[in-house]
Ligand binder design. Structure first.
Ligand SMILES: Cc1ncc(COP(=O)(O)O)c(C=O)c1O
Length: 386
């Protein structure tokens, strides 16, 4: 095939995601997988049954409408009103996607021109870098530094150039668990308005906040018309395999994202969309219990990791804990994570892969706690004996 590489220049070096590599290692070694962020128990039985019913009743087995079934779009709009007092028109301001992943891809592909700069918190969720690259745009990291992992807002201001088009904000933040405060969000909103920037907010962990509260950026003055907000049923209802996500935003933004989305998947997950419409309407008790359960698991794993000698950075949200392995006499998280399954049968993710400035995250390792408590206990035992 000649000397030219098959993989194009935009994706060069992106290879296999770290999650695929580590999950394969988990399977090969029979390890406990605290790497990839998926729960090891399914979400509510009634939601699963709603999917079965839809499938049996022949609802969603053929292409659903491009923007998503009306029932789900209405349920998303109700959810934004119920939890945040935000009002969206289900017909023009809500779009159903194949998970948050497609929403992120479609939004970036729709809104960016080649050469545009996108500022995003580093460590980045891995699809951000790939999608920004596929759009031909340039990622500009705003580094969250341990131990606090707060964004430096003066640094954010200094990163804005005439080429900056978009801020990609993830709160609650994977992998650090940082939840932006009302003050931080207000400062970000002010900068976005001042510099006329578009904003994408990745809010997939909106219902997993243990300290403080989740505030959507779109609720702030001047933000509704410039913000594409993204969320995911996978995270909120523990059905990550269904890949149902959604976008809310102004009619113009949603139309732009829909234009890209229709040529990515067009539609997906027909019967599951009916089930997620029901899930979103679950009573407050569901959301409260889910959060309380994950908080217990966070505490269990955080205590266990600290007992095992890790430096633990307590997350305010998400289902991940970032640690530092320096107190264990280790330096390199990538090496550590590659060896850990053979050493003690546990899989984790090195945060270095989420940084452009890999040195900053070199000694950080991330553990997922969205697993059964017995599994977390066993993992902690194994890590103690490492
Ligand atoms: C920050 C963040 N955004 C998006 C996603 C992807 O969500 P989905 O599974 O709905 O595509 C994840 C999944 O881990 C995530 O952590």
């Amino acid at each position: 095939m000649g000397a030219r590489p098959l993989l194009n220049r935009r994706l060069a070096g992106m290879g296999t995601t770290i999650f695929a590599e580590m999950s394969a290692l988990a399977t090969a070694t029979g390890s406990i997988n605290l790497g990839q962020g998926f729960p090891d128990t399914d979400g509510p039985e009634e939601v699963r049954e709603a999917a079965v019913r839809a499938l049996r009743d022949g609802r969603g087995n053929q292409y659903p409408p491009g923007p998503g079934i009306p029932e789900l779009r209405a349920a998303v709009a109700e959810h934004q009103q119920r939890f945040y007092g935000l009002s969206y028109d289900p017909d023009r301001e809500v779009l159903v996607t194949a998970g948050a992943t497609e929403a992120i891809a479609a939004a970036l592909l729709a809104l960016l021109e080649p050469g545009d700069e996108v500022i995003a918190f580093e460590p980045f969720y891995d699809s951000y870098a790939a999608c920004i690259a596929m759009a031909g745009a340039v990622r500009v990291p705003l580094t969250l530094r341990q131990p606090a992992f707060r964004p430096d807002l003066d640094e954010l201001r200094s990163l804005i150039t005439p080429r900056t088009r978009l801020l990609l904000i993830n709160t609650p933040h994977n992998p650090t668990g940082t939840v932006l405060t009302a003050e931080e969000l207000a400062a970000i909103a002010e900068l976005a308005v001042e510099h006329d920037l578009l904003v994408i907010t990745d809010e997939v962990y909106e219902h997993l906040v243990f300290t403080g509260a989740h505030h959507p950026l779109a609720a702030l003055p001047g933000m509704r018309e410039r913000t594409v907000a993204i969320s995911s049923a996978g995270k909120t209802f523990s059905f990550t395999g269904w890949k149902v996500g959604w976008v809310t935003g102004s009619p113009e933004l949603v139309a732009a994202v829909r234009t890209a989305k229709q040529y990515l998947t067009y539609v997906s997950a027909g019967p599951f969309q009916y089930a997620v419409a029901e899930a979103l309407r679950l009573p407050d008790a569901y959301y409260d219990d889910f959060r309380a359960e994950l908080r217990r698991k966070r505490d269990l794993l955080a205590t266990g990791l600290a007992d095992a000698g890790f430096r633990v950075f307590e997350p305010q949200g998400t289902y991940f804990i970032t640690t530092d392995i320096t107190p264990l006499g280790e330096k390199d998280g990538i090496e550590f994570c590659r060896e850990l399954p053979a050493r003690c049968g546990v899989v984790a993710i090195p945060n270095a892969v989420f940084y452009d400035n890999t040195d900053i995250g070199r000694s950080q390792v991330r553990f997922a706690f969205c697993k059964r408590e017995s599994v977390l206990r066993e993992a902690v035992e194994r890590l103690r004996g490492r």
